[in-house]
Design a protein around this ligand. Sequence first.
Ligand code: CMP
Length: 139
Amino acid sequence: MAGNRTFTMIKPEAVENGNTGAILAKIQEAGFKLIALKKTRLSSERAGEFYEVHKERPFYGELVDYMSSGPIIAAILEKDNAVLDFRTLIGSTDPAEAAEGTIRKAFAESKAKNAVHGSDSDDNAQIEGDFFFTADERF
Ligand code: CMP
């Protein structure tokens, strides 16, 4: 059964470019409720741990360096069918392939600097939310 929560990060370039408010507005306009929200910065060790699943990929080093290069916004989002609906809202990993109206189409610069992360499964949404938030940071 599809779960009702997903996890997102607004990535360093989108935060640096002042797009946090516009991206959060799009997320809320699409019907997602903010359950937890914080601005923080990942150390390279923490970024490496978060993206451990991509350790063998050629872009892993670049990904870890980039994701620890500046502050990010982390959030747990709630909506029916959250994981799939959020992935539709953000669009393809590569902004060149992202559909019109998606967050990545509007804000992403490249495959690496692609504005936002979205969990790819209910299990990962749980794991990723737990990576950033304690129980008393969720409302
Ligand atoms: P994200 O949804 O955060 O999950 C894994 C990330 O790896 C992905 O978004 C991209 O930012 C990044 N990524 C995927 N493919 C590439 C690539 N070919 N080059 C650089 N980064 C990539």
